[in-house]
Design a protein around this ligand. Structure first.
Ligand code: GLN
Length: 483
């Protein structure tokens, strides 16, 4: 039963082949048995899950239907869940029980999804390896000595290991797409404003976006359907109708114009990944797509701009964790300053502290123009590059990451080396565009992802291309040994 996709689960439940309660029990037992190897969960919510599963079974018995009714999922541990620990992977929030549900959590619960637990993540979503979590590193089910990617590494490892069919995640600079690539999953970062950020603990508010991680594009369509939509509680949420994402999956790719940026194939790209990307281009050409070389000339400036803007926003967002309003409080403070310093010094790990310092520096009076303002100008140039490219093509295609998943600990002493791995993903966040990563093959037994980018609100098109690709390839069906 653990091999079933969301789409297959929906059919099985509708045909009464099994109940949501049976499925939930099976998956909870599987998590108990296998997750100790992976560390993909921070909290399990067995009681809630069984209660939700029984309620979903009762709703089905009453004639209700729906693709998510009774479907087991998990939430990245930065989505607030009422009465349940929401740690953000940090000691700072180790004992924080959210007083309300995030909009995404509430919407999925209303659709009948069953929450099995909260997944591990890099502390405050800062990282690309899931090694900065206060709850320890997550292991990649494809090779337990390698990282699963981050920051949504727990969601990715759990879905890849077939502990559950799909999970929520968030992407500020690649944290849905990069772990999807590293674990052979399909992951979608929606257009900025498509999915509500209310109750999603902020890292960098102008870049953060929630989205689905699953094994197939078909399942991403189902989960996104439950997550997307306008929310008056999020002032950056966009009031646009949500299309039926499953309805467009089968559109033909005949004549689809795919742009391949020449800057993507630079020296930093592992040539074995380049070859797999060329194979996926050929597969899409066979389906009728037309390939065109394009240019994104400002791409080279994206990493420095992102690593100014994201820490700047983080330094502001994380100021609320001061031991008074939110978060860990130190023992016996001598005075207010001592309370702030020690609470924050004890509560935040080294990567978070590094980013707060970088961000506060970039925003400080003497340096604001030189760093923050300059980075914002680069951000506009990156967006303009995309707008020009989308005049000529419908989709942009390239690798999701320059290298496959690295070994645990390999980049711990060199944060900049890890930042450079985000080269292909962060531009979509800077521009607010939707992006998807899907399985494209293996290098040394480790999965490789191909990334697709589309114009604003064209998530349906990304899912359509990925679904057609998955009907004609079988990379996404491969299962890691031992799971
Ligand atoms: N690796 C990037 C960072 O550390 C992206 C993380 C994310 O998308 N949350 O900022």
């Amino acid at each position: 039963m653990h091999q079933l996709t969301l789409a297959e689960i929906a059919r099985g439940l509708a045909d009464k082949k099994f109940s949501s309660e049976e499925l939930t029990k099976t998956l909870l037992a599987r998590i108990a048995q296998l997750d100790p190897q992976l560390n993909s969960f921070i909290s399990l919510t067995e009681d809630l899950a069984l209660q939700q599963a029984k309620a979903a079974d009762a709703r089905r018995a009453n004639g209700e239907s729906g693709a998510l009714l009774g479907a087991p999922i998990a939430h990245k541990d930065l989505f607030c869940t009422q009465g349940i620990r929401t740690s953000c992977g940090s000691k700072m929030l180790d004992n924080f029980k959210a007083p309300y549900d995030a909009t995404v959590v509430a919407k999925l619960a209303a659709a009948g999804a069953v929450t099995l637990g909260k997944t591990n993540m890099d502390e405050f979503a800062m990282g690309s390896a899931n090694e900065s979590s206060y709850y320890g590193a997550v292991k990649n089910p494809w090779n337990l000595e390698h990282v699963p990617g981050g920051s949504s590494g727990g969601s990715a490892a759990a879905v890849a290991a077939r502990l559950l069919p799909a999970a929520t995640a968030t992407d500020t600079g690649g944290s849905i797409r990069q772990p999807a690539a590293f674990t052979n999953l399909t992951g979608l970062k929606p257009t900025y404003g498509r999915v509500s950020r209310w109750g999603m603990i902020a890292y960098a508010s102008s870049l953060d976006q929630g989205g689905p991680l699953a094994r197939t594009a078909e399942d991403c369509a189902i989960l996104l359907q439950g997550m997307a939509g306008f929310d008056a509680n999020d002032s950056t949420s966009i009031d646009e109708p949500v299309p039926d994402y499953s309805a467009s999956l089968n559109s033909s790719l005949q004549g689809l114009r795919i742009g391949v940026p020449k800057e993507y194939f630079s020296a930093g790209l592992d040539p074995r990944i380049a070859e797999l990307i060329h194979n996926s281009i050929k597969a899409l050409e066979k389906l009728g797509a037309v390939i065109k070389e394009i240019s994104l000339p400002n791409m080279q400036h994206a990493i420095p701009a992102y690593y100014v803007i994201a820490p700047a926003e983080a330094s502001s967002n994380l100021s609320r964790f001061d031991g008074v309003r939110f978060g860990h409080r130190c023992e016996d403070p001598k005075n207010l300053e001592d309370l702030y310093k020690r609470s924050r010094g004890e509560g935040f790990g080294p990567e978070v502290q590094r980013r707060i310092m970088v961000g506060a520096y970039a925003l400080s009076a003497g340096y604001y123009d030189a760093y923050y303002l300059k980075a914002q100008k680069i951000r506009r140039l990156v967006k303009n590059d995309f707008m020009a490219a989308f005049n000529e093509v419908d989709i942009i295609l390239g690798p999701t990451t320059p290298n496959p998943a690295w070994k645990l600990g390999a980049k711990n002493s060199d944060p900049v080396a890890a930042y450079l791995e985000d080269v292909y993903t962060i531009t979509a966040n800077l521009a607010g565009l939707p992006g998807l990563s899907m399985p494209a093959g293996f290098v040394d037994g480790l999965p490789v992802g191909v990334q697709l980018l589309a114009p604003y609100f064209q998530e349906g098109r990304l899912l359509n291309v990925a679904h057609q690709y998955q009907l004609n390839t079988d990379w996404h069906t491969r299962t890691p040994t031992g799971f």
